[in-house]
Design a protein around this ligand. Structure first.
Ligand code: GDP
Ligand code: MG
Length: 235
């Protein structure tokens, strides 16, 4: 997956009317692993124990500044149920990034990551970025998926990895920020450097920056992020 992505020239990010880059992020993963809760924690810093079934696709906007670049994160919160699958996967084709969630206290939700990855690979643009997110890290006593298993799977796919808790908030902002940063580096910095180098007739500069954009994002903010090694992502 990773090598295929690295061979793909990134598209430029779309610039919105208000001078911010538009970044479409899709929340995917099994029902009840915490996708809606992660969006609410990130957007409004709140948490509710109520489980409200997401019907089809919900949408929220969140403005952030990543390395000086204003970005409008469009958070598309999809329903995980099979019956909504064809509806939600229609959104895959326009995504810039995916938060692929599972619940660390629910083994089937982790087993189904493979299927979600397959969906992304077949339906999403090849230059999209993915973060694998093991949510509900606060439920340590109910844990059935070990941190190392999540890390190993993320490494296999060449994507970033975080364990988060929408309940405590740990790593939630860090995870979204890391994904947005990877997208910004690939779709703004790398795109610009490739196009500048083509204009200047020095194609090798683009190759060098491609490597730079593939570094693991250093978080710091939430502390102790479970970022798996090089974020080579994706499809
Ligand atoms: P979704 O179907 O993936 O959108 O899942 P929801 O966000 O609706 O969450 C499903 C249930 O899990 C709800 O009862 C939430 O309160 C709960 N939940 C979500 N995230 C966490 C978390 O990080 N820790 C714990 N303990 N519960 C969570
Ligand atoms: Mg939901």
């Amino acid at each position: 997956m990773a090598s295929q992505n690295q061979a793909v020239a990134p598209r430029p990010l779309q610039m919105g009317a208000k001078g911010a880059y538009i970044v479409r992020l899709l929340m995917v993963g099994d029902s009840s692993c915490g996708k809606t809760s992660l969006v609410l924690r990130f957007d409004q810093n709140v948490f509710s124990t109520k489980f409200v079934t997401t019907i089809g696709v919900d949408y929220r906007d969140k403005m952030v500044k990543i390395e000086g670049a204003p970005m409008r994160l469009q958070l598309w919160d999809t329903a995980g149920q099979e019956r909504f699958r064809s509806l939600t996967s229609n959104f895959f084709g326009r995504a810039d990034g995916f938060v692929l969630c599972y619940d660390i206290s629910n083994r089937p939700s982790f087993d189904h990551v493979i299927g979600w990855m397959r969906d992304i690979k077949t339906r999403a643009p090849p230059d999209c970025d993915i973060v694998l997110c093991g949510n509900k890290s606060d439920l340590e006593s109910d844990r059935v998926v070990q941190v190392d298993e999540g890390k190993a799977l993320a490494e296999e796919y060449g994507v970033q990895f975080f364990e988060t808790s929408a309940l405590t908030g740990i790593n939630v902002e860090g995870m979204f920020t890391a994904l947005a940063t990877t997208i910004k580096r690939r779709r703004i910095d790398e795109y610009e450097s490739q196009n500048n180098s083509v204009a200047a007739g020095t194609a090798s500069v683009g190759d060098a920056s491609r490597g730079a954009a593939s570094q693991t994002v250093n978080l710091g903010k939430d502390g102790g992020a479970e970022a798996a090694g090089p974020a080579r992502s994706c499809c």
